[in-house]
Design a protein. Structure first.
Length: 131
């Protein structure tokens, strides 16, 4: 019989203390990313009452564990700036933003080129370069 879920780490059959795991996951992150995550957590737990528990926080951290730290920081910055926490969008929303970033990156770059154009190519002039 399996006691632990391989996907999320949930232990079956007994009450689980998420705080210890939360600290272990945060210990693997750089200080800058931790600062962003703590800001996010305080905003979500203050404005989305259903997310005010360690279990939601733990599942969020577990879900973004493998993500690039720069992407995590950028997504959190966008989430807070856009005020999604004031619209009742919680940890699952931010987790989806972070995890979908890699999938959407190529298309976002393509759209950026459409919107803004590319930088001009460097052209070498033929002839005397000394003037």
């Amino acid at each position: 019989r399996m006691n632990k879920c391989p996907a999320c780490g949930l232990n079956f059959g007994r009450e689980y203390n998420h705080s210890k795991e939360i600290l272990q996951i945060l210990a693997t992150k750089p200080q800058r990313t931790i600062k962003y995550i703590k800001k996010l957590v305080s905003e979500i737990q203050e404005n989305v009452p259903s997310e005010y528990n360690a279990k939601s926080y733990f599942y969020f951290l577990k879900g973004i564990d493998k993500a690039n730290n720069r992407i995590i920081e950028r997504a959190i910055e966008h989430y807070i700036r856009a005020g999604y926490h004031l619209q009742g969008k919680g940890f699952a929303y931010v987790k989806a933003m972070i995890n979908n970033e890699k999938t959407n990156a190529a298309k976002k770059l393509q759209n950026e080129y459409k919107r803004l154009g590319r930088t001009p190519k460097i052209i070498k002039l033929k002839g005397n370069e000394n003037g």
